[in-house]
Write a protein that binds this ligand. Structure first.
Ligand code: ZN
Length: 213
């Protein structure tokens, strides 16, 4: 599949698809290399920090990191990608708290201020099927947490009480004045938003959906 053929699943038409729980990768059956190739192309095509395969119609538990730095300029550099993957990730521990204005290729033009952990201990498999453990810290933890939610059908609007409609330029402008913020570097992280209540989107988002897309 070339880049032109990759389509992004969007809440407007594919909300139910995006809501599913992605399934574990089976290294004996799945063509992991071809999935990674598609994810690499997709992040470049849609100028993303990272992606989960469910967003391009492939509900597998993989997180592909393209840019783990807060600087968004890299998202617009077609040559750039850290190209790191975490397959079948499991969260062991979440510490601290941060705040960032998040966007999502599957939810544009919705953005949300989301509180996420500062530090996450993760167990995962790399592309060769080797088991790894990593403590992810800082902005990369926010990127990971957003993508990990996708694997369970959760979108950033589900875990925020502060949702906005912003185009790309407005998002960049807002982030300039409200950059990634570390609230705390220690203490157990706990979500303060009730996902069950927000899961089908609250009334405010439903109204926005009708009006704007
Ligand atoms: Zn997303």
């Amino acid at each position: 599949m070339n880049s032109d053929e990759i389509k992004i699943k969007h809440i407007k038409n594919d909300l139910e698809f995006l809501r599913q729980r992605s399934e574990e990768v089976d290294f004996s059956k799945d063509d992991v290399k071809s999935y990674i190739d598609l994810l690499d192309k997709a992040t470049k095509k849609f100028n993303l920090y990272a992606i989960s395969p469910v967003q391009i119609g492939l509900p597998k538990r993989i997180i592909f990191f393209r840019n783990t730095n807060e600087n968004m300029d890299k998202n617009f550099d077609d040559e750039y990608s850290v190209g790191e993957v975490m397959i079948n990730p499991i969260i062991k521990e979440q510490i601290g708290e941060t705040l960032f204005l998040e966007g999502c290729g599957s939810c544009y033009p919705f953005c949300s201020y989301v509180k996420r952990p500062y530090k996450i201990l993760v167990e995962y498999y790399n592309e060769l099927g080797e088991k790894k453990e990593e403590t992810i810290e800082g902005f990369k933890a926010t990127v990971f947490s957003h993508e990990f939610d996708h694997l369970n059908g959760i979108l950033h609007m589900d875990v925020s009480n502060d949702i906005l409609i912003l185009d790309e330029k407005e998002t960049r402008e807002k982030r300039k004045y409200n950059p990634y913020q570390v609230i705390s570097k220690d203490g157990k992280y706990e979500r303060t938003v009730n996902i069950q209540e927000n899961f089908k989107f609250n009334e405010k988002v439903n109204k926005m959906l009708e009006e704007y897309i």
